[in-house]
Design a protein around this ligand. Structure first.
Ligand code: MLT
Ligand code: MN
Length: 309
């Protein structure tokens, strides 16, 4: 199985269009040690020809142009695409808007939780993907599903599970407990290659690592995990936004309640941060934060990164 990181940044990308914070300014100025990043998505293939996207970001058009594996095949007629399926982990703008780039009556399948599919159904612009060409399939939590699309079986099974998190920002109900979040608003995925049984986890948004999630991840070969923020209040301290990571449904990397600490005893062979916000100091290759994460055995995902399983 081949996994490609199409986009390693969180919502907004790196640099973010309206951000003049130190790091967005540095990447815009091409300061060495700062690498541009597009928004959050992976591409996965078991056979090297048919591909599944995990989330579809607003930068998908650029990501396809930068990834030859996702270009139309030269032997399959004037209109075709290797993208056979898209699997969504939440309804956030950075994860669903790329679907709009996949219009043009090209058949493929969309998979998501009932909560995320309800969001697509409630927004008529997504009807540009007519359901007779682009069927939407529910991923029931805890029931593994074989993924297929446009008549191809991808040789991949996905097991979706709820993780601690929050409903998408634009769906928040200020008056409701947890802003109206329910199970299925944020899911993690276990992605298994059917032929070999090899598997990895993809969890780009996660508010906490609780007991059930620790048990699930223990001993995993590869985990791509929420690397949004290094510290909970970094956006406030940098004057970027008056919100903490926990308010946004993202756990931080550092500290006793952070992901480095939570993974320390889980025995995961490869741990890779994705969905990294423009404020996160790990994006500065020379920073202490970067050294701390790498010393703890973490890799910092980057656009174009390849992982073979
Ligand atoms: C998030 O991951 O919290 C969201 O993508 C934030 C946003 O929509 O800007
Ligand atoms: Mn996001």
């Amino acid at each position: 199985m081949l996994i490609k990181v199409l986009g390693s940044a969180a919502g907004g990308g790196f640099p973010q269009w309206n951000c003049n914070g130190t790091q967005s300014a540095a990447v815009r100025a091409r300061v060495p040690g700062f690498r541009p990043r597009t928004q959050s998505s992976l591409a996965v293939s078991a056979n090297g020809r048919d591909w599944m996207l995990l989330n579809s970001s607003p930068d998908l058009r650029q990501q396809i142009n930068d990834t030859p594996e996702l270009w139309p095949h030269s032997d399959a007629g004037p209109r075709n695409s290797p993208i056979k399926a898209v699997v969504l982990t939440n309804g956030d703008v950075d994860h669903i808007i790329g679907l709009i780039n996949l219009r043009e009556a090209q058949p493929f399948s969309v998979y998501g939780s009932d909560r995320v599919l309800a969001t697509l159904d409630a927004n008529s612009v997504f009807n540009v993907l007519a359901k007779d060409k682009v069927p939407r399939y529910e991923l029931p939590l805890g029931e593994p599903r074989a993924i297929s699309g446009a008549g191809s079986s991808l040789g991949i099974t996905i097991d979706a599970f709820a993780v601690p998190g929050k409903v998408a920002l634009y769906l928040e109900d200020a008056a409701a407990p947890g802003f109206g979040s329910k199970a299925g608003d944020t899911i993690g995925l276990k992605v298994t290659e059917q032929a070999t049984g090899k598997a990895f986890f993809y969890i780009p948004g996660c508010a906490a690592i609780d007991g059930p999630l620790s048990n699930r991840l223990r001993g995993a070969s590869v985990v791509f995990f929420d690397g949004t923020l290094f510290t909970d209040d970094e956006m406030l301290r940098q004057g970027l936004m008056a919100k903490t990571g926990s308010r946004m449904g993202h756990m931080n990397i550092s500290g006793p309640d952070g992901s480095i600490a939570a993974f320390a005893k889980l025995g995961v062979a490869r741990k890779i941060f994705v969905h990294i916000n423009n404020s996160n100091p790990v994006l500065d290759e020379k920073s202490d934060a970067r050294k701390t994460a790498e010393a703890a055995g973490w890799e910092i995902g980057y656009d174009g990164m390849e992982v073979r399983l």
